[in-house]
Design a protein around this ligand. Structure first.
Ligand code: ATP
Ligand code: MG
Length: 342
């Protein structure tokens, strides 16, 4: 059921949504906020449906019951997977679920600003509009790093790098709405690190059975760049027996493989920027997204860039909600002509 509330008696509700490959967040002008893992699942058959007792599951609930579900991660690699009707439906369900979580009540109108991976903005803008239009009266879709920058108030001579699961998105800010030429997307981000670490560990510990979700959690808990860290030991099953293995070097090498990739895109974007302001941009580099939480990443990137001059790289606060907070700020500030009436 669509939840447009034009006939309601309350006030207009503004919402900011960060639609991510791995996690999606929402923040509303009524003070409510929430996030979920970007998974939607439908019971595989009538047995699964009876057991689960619901027609559709979201987020961690869907992940936990994945064996009984058609599980969809709709924004894999930063775009709605090609021609997949299921994926489009999953995006719609995800958005609907998020909006329900902030309880729009009797809002007269819903204004939604949605931040999406830069690549999805290029490829799937229409599909994303379609996904949201049932639930919002006016809509704006922007790139995730721009939403983050807007929330931070760093709108001029700055670079935001949003390191998510599917993609690392770069956006250079020059005091006006950024265009395509100000943005870059790399398919090398969190998922890519997980895959690499998985391969490394499988090679070094062929006896152990190590799953991708296990590897992801090792990375999230211990991932680091640079020296001076305690040794990292984790438990994995070897022939069914939990066994401790040391993965310090594997983890460090995997995380550090991100540095040259990030540095290249950074220097390339800055080199194309107005020469008079390049030095200022170098002092305003912000890391966002879940991947920005790799310990030592900001320092490591600064060092990687040292041969191009002095850079100041900072990790933003609250990466989980920064995109949604920024999208909400945009929704509240945006003049009428930017909104698309649904
Ligand atoms: N503490 C941590 N250390 C390292 N990586 C982390 C940490 N926490 C989360 N991540 C990684 O961050 C990624 C998720 O980040 P985020 O939630 O910003 O992605 P997303 O917005 O869903 O993806 P995208 O922007 O590509 O659409 C995952 O790969 C996750 O493993
Ligand atoms: Mg993201």
């Amino acid at each position: 059921m669509a939840s447009k509330k034009k006939q309601g008696t309350g006030e207009a509700l503004y919402i900011g949504i960060d639609l991510g490959t791995s996690r999606s967040a929402i923040v509303a002008s009524n003070g409510k906020r929430d996030w979920i893992d970007s998974y939607v699942g439908w019971p595989r058959d009538f047995v699964a449906k009876k057991m689960l007792g619901k027609p559709i599951l979201y987020g961690a609930d869907a992940l936990a019951n994945r064996l009984s579900l058609h599980l969809v991660r709709p924004l894999e690699a930063g775009v709605i997977r090609d021609g997949s009707q299921r994926a489009e439906e999953a995006v719609r369900e995800l958005v609907h679920h998020l909006i329900r979580q902030v309880d729009p009540g009797d809002a007269t109108e819903i204004y939604a600003a949605v931040g999406v991976p830069a690549e999805a903005l290029r490829v799937n803008k229409l599909a994303i509009r379609n996904a949201v239009k049932e639930y919002a009266d006016s809509l704006m879709v922007v790139s995730e790093p721009f939403a983050v920058a807007y929330g931070l108030g760093t709108l001029n001579n700055a670079l935001v790098i949003d390191i998510g699961a599917g993609t690392a998105d770069f956006c250079i800010l020059h005091g006006t709405m950024p265009g395509e030429e100000d943005q870059r997307t790399l398919a090398m981000a969190g998922d890519w690190l997980d895959q690499q670490l998985h391969e490394r560990l499988a090679e070094r510990f062929p006896e152990a059975s190590i799953s991708l979700p296990m590897v992801k959690s090792f990375k999230e808990e211990h991932g680091f760049i640079g020296n001076h860290r305690d040794r990292v030991k984790v438990k994995v099953p070897v022939k069914g027996v939990p066994t401790s293995i040391e993965i310090t070097a594997d983890l460090r090498r995997t995380c550090e493989s991100l540095l040259p990739v990030l540095a290249e895109a950074t220097t390339d974007l800055i080199a194309r920027y107005e020469p008079d302001f390049q030095e200022e941009v170098k002092q305003n580099i912000f890391l966002a997204g879940g991947g920005s939480q790799i310990k030592g990443l900001a320092e490591g990137l600064g060092e990687q860039l040292a041969s191009y001059g002095q850079f100041t790289v900072r990790t933003i606060q609250d990466p989980l909600f920064a995109g949604a907070e920024g999208a909400l700020a945009l929704a509240q500030d945006m003049p009428a002509e930017y909104w698309v009436e649904m």
